[in-house]
Design a protein around this ligand. Structure first.
Ligand SMILES: Cc1cc2nc3c(=O)[nH]c(=O)nc-3n(C[C@H](O)[C@H](O)[C@H](O)COP(=O)(O)OP(=O)(O)OC[C@H]3O[C@@H](n4cnc5c(N)ncnc54)[C@H](O)[C@@H]3O)c2cc1C
Length: 417
């Protein structure tokens, strides 16, 4: 196999989702030579299909104290929030046990504080980079509305109090206030909580692509190739591609839901599960636009105005990453979305993706425990589009030998490996 680059590159970043693109740009900004590799165009997988929310308030992962009480509702496999595959559950009892153990009350604060730091740093970078990348028109500072059909003021107030404890602002809304905020939706919601510090974008895939172009313009190289393996050599790494290999001093693994596969041959058994999710887009009624993403609290789906149409995203499907698709969960919520916002025919096919999740719902950001020059940046679960920039920037700082801009101790890969 030809050695395409006799000279070593400083950093090779594997995976051009939002995390990898961010790591590549941030290392390049620090003056290193960087190659970013993906088998697809940047931002074509999970970082394409998400709901595009840059969420200030997503500091409480799904495995929180309330989860245990909800489990009986989920057992029947009919709830829109969670579908699970029995075979998958039987094959992964350890992951499930650890995920549930992290729901304990004692686990709330340390994880919320860690995620608050990561999210804050990331939102700052997104707001700076999106302008620098020439994609400033894609960001909307209109917040994110969580809304309840029932008169569940108590739930909205509890959410608000929990956010306030961590300094995150929100506004409680009644039916009239929701109508004033979103005059074009039907009046199905009784109570709402507007996350005022949250932003959203009209195309997460195109924002990721814009960041990749910004990386190229800064002198970085984007290469399209299938990555087959990585191996340590005398003073760095060999990255083996389907069509050649690259030598590098540092390798950043940012392969999202595929990250664990590549690390297995090196002896790392990463407990990474995939919380799959679906979306479908629909032709909007141009005369009655939606202004911000809406999260239907009771039915666990989201509606987001995107460049191509109204994107409806589903809840969680716990199964193997590559198992055949099942559209039941999405099919169940599309009529509910139609009861809120007017939209027409589908635009394109159903999309399926996988949120990469570790048992504590915190990403791995930092050095590989047993290999120098190998860095982990994955596991960003439901908030990877939000947290990609700071995840990448933290790894870049570590490679450069400086301190990240936020406390990364909770994200150390050592906690599981
Ligand atoms: C339905 C849904 C809704 C979501 N909504 C939101 C939201 O509103 N806000 C938010 O912050 N987050 C959201 N998320 C989560 C977010 O999308 C992910 O956490 C994030 O995109 C993960 O980014 P990544 O860069 O780690 O992975 P990816 O974007 O998946 O990137 C990994 C890359 O690795 C490449 N790759 C993998 N294996 C190989 C190989 N062998 N060779 C070459 N290339 C390879 C892939 O092609 C891919 O481009 C949502 C997720 C889902 C599924």
């Amino acid at each position: 196999m030809p050695d395409q680059t006799a000279n070593k590159t400083d950093v090779v970043v594997l995976g051009a989702g939002i995390v990898g693109v961010s790591a590549a740009f941030a290392t390049r900004q620090r003056g290193m030579s960087v190659i970013l590799i993906d088998r697809r165009e940047p931002g074509s997988e999970t970082s394409y299909g998400n709901a595009g929310i840059l969420s200030s308030g997503s500091i409480f992962p799904l495995n929180q104290p309330g989860l245990l009480g909800k489990l009986p509702q989920y057992l029947s496999n009919q709830h829109p929030a969670l579908r699970w595959d029995v075979g998958w559950a039987l094959r992964h009892p350890g992951w499930i046990a650890r995920f549930l153990a992290n729901s304990a009350q004692s686990q709330v604060k340390p994880r919320a504080l860690a995620l608050r730091g990561l999210i804050k740093a990331s939102l700052k970078l997104h707001r700076e980079w999106i302008v620098k990348a020439g994609a400033g028109s894609r960001i909307r500072e209109t917040g994110w509305l969580k809304a309840w059909r029932s008169d569940n003021v108590a739930a909205a107030k509890a959410d608000q109090a929990a956010l306030t404890d961590y300094g995150i602002k929100s506004e409680l809304l009644d039916r009239q206030a929701i109508s004033a905020l979103e005059p074009n939706i039907l009046p199905v919601y009784s109570v709402g909580l507007l996350h005022t510090e949250t932003a959203s974008v009209d195309s997460p895939g195109n924002v990721t692509k814009a960041y990749a172009r910004m990386f190229s313009a800064a002198g970085g190289e984007v290469r399209r190739a299938e990555i087959t393996s990585i191996a340590a050599d005398a003073d760095g790494w060999r990255v083996v591609l389907a069509d050649g290999e690259i030598r590098s001093r540092h390798v950043v693994v940012a392969l999202g839901p595929w990250s664990a596969d590549l690390l297995k041959p090196l002896g790392y058994r990463v407990p990474l599960a995939t919380e799959r999710g679906y979306h479908r887009e629909f032709k909007p009624n141009a005369a009655r636009p939606l202004r911000r993403p809406i999260h239907d609290a009771e039915n666990a789906f989201l509606m987001t105005p995107m460049e191509q149409g109204i994107r409806v995203t589903s809840g969680v499907e716990l199964t193997d990453r590559d198992a055949p698709s099942s559209y039941a969960q999405l099919d169940a919520v599309v009529p509910l979305a139609r009861s809120v916002v007017e939209f027409g025919e589908p635009v394109g096919d159903v999309w399926r993706g996988a949120r990469p999740t570790l048992p504590d719902s915190l990403p791995m950001i930092g050095p590989a425990p047993r290999h120098s020059g190998l860095w982990f940046a994955f596991g960003n679960q439901h908030i990877g589009f939000t947290t990609g920039p700071a995840t990448g920037d933290a790894v870049a700082a570590m490679i450069a030998g400086s301190a990240p801009s936020f406390d990364t101790s909770a994200f150390s890969p050592k906690r599981y490996l």
